[in-house]
Design a protein around this ligand. Structure first.
Ligand code: ITT
Length: 198
């Protein structure tokens, strides 16, 4: 079985990648060195791809130094709200920490157009090549938190195409995968890996 080391501190992202890659024959593990997630510095950039590229370059150095082997995966994602000019975007993690879901909902209390999208950029290093995958999921921001599944912004995001208006927070992991930005990004990586192996 191929070993896939996912450099992330986010247990929700790890669980989703596991669910996605394990049926394809990968053993997905959190990339740890001495029991800790190696530190990577995220550059100040508006581009998820730039952030993900910087993270994978730092992850490659950590992998070499750790003496471990396997493919490595990093991913950067964010929620981009139309009427807030893409806020919180690349700052989604720090905004969630600082103001929480209630803070985001407060910022939107007067806003009627509630369109938003999740974007993800994932990069896998096979040991030889870098494979990039991007995914976008359009949807709307609900007026209250709904559900407690998933993680992060899931309870306030309802994907387009979800007939009954449920949020990701009200979906099981496989249901979320039918829509999610992360599933699309990982699917794109999977397709490219299949081509590389031919
Ligand atoms: P890493 O260690 O992998 O960087 P992170 O939690 O910092 O984990 P990101 O910077 O990629 O992850 O994510 C930015 C924020 O967006 C973070 O607060 C996540 O919880 C949130 N987010 C990302 N994907 C999400 C998803 O599928 N559903 C809900 N929130 C999500």
């Amino acid at each position: 079985m191929n070993r896939l080391l996912f450099l992330t501190g986010n247990a929700g992202k790890l669980a989703e990648a596991r669910h996605f890659f394990e049926p394809l024959g990968y053993r997905v593990e959190q990339f740890l060195i001495d029991g800790e997630v190696p530190i990577v510095i995220e550059p100040q950039s508006d581009s998820l791809k730039d952030v993900a590229t910087s993270k994978i370059e730092q992850a490659k150095v950590h992998l070499n130094q750790s003496g471990q082997n396997g493919s490595i995966l990093v991913e950067d994602a964010g929620l981009f709200i139309d009427e807030l000019n893409g806020f919180p975007g690349v700052n989604s993690a720090s905004v969630l920490k600082q103001i929480g879901l209630s803070g985001v909902l407060n910022l939107m209390s007067e806003i009627t157009h509630r369109g938003a999208e999740f974007r993800a950029c994932a990069v896998l290093f096979t040991g030889e090549e870098l494979v990039f995958g991007v995914g976008v999921c359009r949807g709307t921001i609900t007026s209250e938190t709904l559900g407690d599944s998933g993680f992060g912004y899931d309870p306030i995001f309802s994907p387009d195409g979800e007939a009954s208006g449920r949020t990701f927070g009200q979906m099981s992991r496989p249901e979320k995968e039918d829509f999610s930005h992360r599933a699309k990004a990982l699917q794109s990586i999977k397709k490219q890996l299949d081509l590389l192996r031919r």
